[in-house]
Ligand binder design. Structure first.
Ligand code: 5BU
Length: 259
């Protein structure tokens, strides 16, 4: 059962190199925190990554909200990821036919495949989307996380939709390393569950976002990794906030595997 196993022990059950890398980062840095770096300038992005870098396993970006994106931005991010041992995770939520997502992944202004080891993908189009993305990786180690459920109120992800996403993942384990979820969508220890909508002192944001605490995400919803944006970014001291969220989420994880 996924929820009962340590990240370390799950390293050996997956054959995806990036899932292994992520499990190793989580075990060695003792962190299952992903920060959502939703800022609008490269300077803010780099500065946030410097502050939280030592405390995260993943830095999640929305690269298209930057007003000043350049190649230097991703070069700096890659350097920081290497220095602090975290991975770059672009929350692109690809959602089109295979042919189109292949161009969106490897082309345009962002050339996401070049710098983001992991990306988010919707299962909605069916598994052609996986084949399309795979056609653009050119031998590089890359992977994706399937969005099986969303944190927002009124999300249309039914049980049937979730099980469809699980089937896609099971059939494409050489590319899919896990799910964005709000519940225990899979007990397969190979898959990594990431849960956004996590904040300590808020329950909603007024625009549909719904929050749970790090403990609830890990212990009640089955998250392996918590994704935190404004709870950290808008804190007076983002580094201190990152440490707090990291400790809460990792101790909940330890509690879960020891129970
Ligand atoms: P917040 O500031 O902690 O609310 O940011 C949450 C981040 O996670 C933000 O980047 C969203 O795009 C992302 N997210 C989400 O909130 N809910 C979802 O279901 C998915 C992604 Br998928």
């Amino acid at each position: 059962d996924r929820k009962k196993r340590s990240f370390e022990s799950r390293t050996s059950v997956t054959n995806h190199p990036l899932a292994r890398k992520l499990f190793e980062i989580m075990s060695s840095k003792k962190t299952n925190l992903c920060v959502a770096a939703d800022v609008t300038t490269s300077a803010e992005l780099i500065s946030l990554a410097e502050k939280v870098g030592p405390h995260i396993c993943l830095l999640k970006t929305h690269i298209d909200i930057l007003t000043d994106f350049s190649k230097e931005t991703v070069e700096s991010l890659k350097e920081l990821a290497a220095t602090h041992n975290f991975m770059l995770f672009e929350d692109r939520k690809f959602g089109d036919i295979g042919s189109t997502v292949a161009s969106q992944y490897s082309g345009g202004a962002y050339n996401i495949v070049d710098w983001a080891e992991l990306v988010t993908v919707h299962g909605l189009p069916g598994d052609g989307i996986i084949k399309g993305l795979m056609s653009a990786i050119n031998g590089r180690p890359r992977g994706c996380v399937l969005v099986s459920e969303m944190s927002s109120s009124g999300a249309l992800t039914s049980q049937e939709y979730v099980s469809g996403c699980c089937k896609i993942a099971e059939n494409h384990t050489y590319f899919v390393i896990g799910f964005v979820s709000q519940s225990n969508v899979s007990s397969d220890p190979r898959f990594i569950l990431l849960t956004p909508g996590v904040q300590l002192d808020k329950s909603v944001d007024g625009l549909g976002q719904q929050y749970v605490t790090p403990r609830a995400a890990v212990l009640e919803r089955g998250a392996d990794i918590i994704i935190v944006g404004r709870g950290i970014r808008e804190a007076e001291d983002p580094e201190a906030a990152a440490i707090k969220y990291k400790e809460e989420a990792f101790s909940a994880y330890l509690e879960r595997i020891e129970a």
